[in-house]
Design a protein around this ligand. Structure first.
Ligand code: UDP
Ligand code: MG
Length: 340
């Protein structure tokens, strides 16, 4: 896959890449969030180790155990004991993938950072392509899913709809069919580390930081082991987080809806007045009244619900609780923790 993919690299949005001096033997941090991935960790290490060991860069593997309830923690502890490249950040409970990625960025020391899933849906061999592009001066290299055959049709369709709407209303554009799988230069990581928000839609934050970027296409395989951690409800809330964090359009649209409805009401009122003048009062109208009451009742409730989405997030932000709590860090000598 390596060579073919590099030939087909596409230019993406952002500033144009410029030749930047890169260290001759840089340190690359690989951030791998894990939530109940005990069965996937073995195959993951088997695949990623040969990619990293023979490479022309140094590396560290930063695993974040996001409050797993299976053997993940024991397996990571063992890995950290045997392998000096491995760092493990263990959360006190499950804080979610966005928090796990944030912790990974806080603990990574590399000149560039790669974010990768541990279920082998993000092919580790692409890391070498990512690093090669970064060496040419690009700041962000992201994987673009060309073939999502491994996902269900329903997931593909909802994802497509989400990105289309998101890109239309948000302040940033997320390239379609990209996930978190990407390489970021240290400068980009430092920008993201300064972002203080608690509700962290990382895909949006990555793009928000800007800088030059290119896409490397790949076919996304099915999970190596275990099952997806994102059910419908989680994905729905994830999408809402994305919209609310990156757009105020859902808030503002209600003034326009209100104006349109007021105009239509005015037309209808004029019609009734004129009809009454010419044909006199007629009593029927019960059905239309009920329909109108229900219609305006639900329009108002939806608009209050949208307010609620924003206010609940404001509430979370003003509380300023830490994004994650670390139980233990293995194989590390201190980190620049966002929560300090
Ligand atoms: N993950 C996590 N915390 C969570 C849910 C998921 O750290 O609360 C990790 C998970 O272990 C995996 C990655 O996020 O490495 C992607 O999750 P998953 O494969 O379930 O998502 P999908 O690929 O189905 O979108
Ligand atoms: Mg997955």
């Amino acid at each position: 896959m390596s060579d073919g993919a590099i030939d087909r690299i596409e230019e993406a949005a952002g500033t144009a890449p410029r030749a930047r001096p890169r260290p001759a033997r840089p340190l690359i941090s690989i951030i791998a969030p894990c939530y109940n991935e005990a069965d996937a960790l073995g195959p993951f290490m088997m695949e990623i180790a040969p990619v990293l060991d023979g490479a022309n860069f140094d590396y560290e593997l930063v695993f974040v155990d996001d409050g797993s309830t299976d053997d993940t923690r024991a397996k990571l502890e063992k890995l950290a004991g045997e392998n000096s490249h491995v760092k493990v950040v263990i959360f006190s409970r499950n804080f979610g993938k966005e928090a796990a990625l944030t912790a990974g960025l806080d603990h990574a020391k590399g000149d560039a950072v790669v974010v990768i899933d541990t279920d082998l849906q993000d092919p580790p061999e692409l890391i070498r392509d990512f690093v090669a592009k970064w060496r040419e001066g690009v700041d962000v290299v992201y994987g673009k899913r060309e073939d999502r055959g491994a996902d269900t049709a329903a997931k593909r369709m909802t994802a497509e709809g989400f990105y289309r709407l998101f890109n239309r209303i948000s302040v940033v554009n997320i390239p379609e069919n990209t996930g978190d799988f990407r390489l970021m230069d240290r400068r980009v990581v430092e920008v993201i580390k300064t972002l203080p928000e608690r509700s962290r839609f990382m895909k949006g934050l990555f793009v928000w930081a800007g800088f030059s970027s290119v896409a490397v296409p790949y076919a996304r395989p099915a999970r190596a082991a275990g099952e997806t951690k994102f059910n419908f409800w989680k994905l729905w809330n994830f999408a809402l987080d994305g919209f609310v964090s990156f757009s105020t359009a859902p808030l503002r649209v209600w003034s326009y809806i209100g104006a349109v409805v007021a105009f239509l009401s005015f037309l209808y009122a004029s019609f009734i007045i004129i009809r009454t003048v010419f044909t006199g009062v007629d009593v029927p109208g019960y059905a239309s009244l009920v329909v109108l009451i229900l219609f305006f009742g639900s329009v108002q409730m939806i608009s209050v619900g949208v307010l609620g989405e924003y206010i609940s997030r404001l509430f979370v932000e003003v509380k300023r609780r830490p994004i994650y709590i670390v139980d233990e860090v293995l194989g590390d000598d201190g980190a620049s923790n966002q929560n300090d």
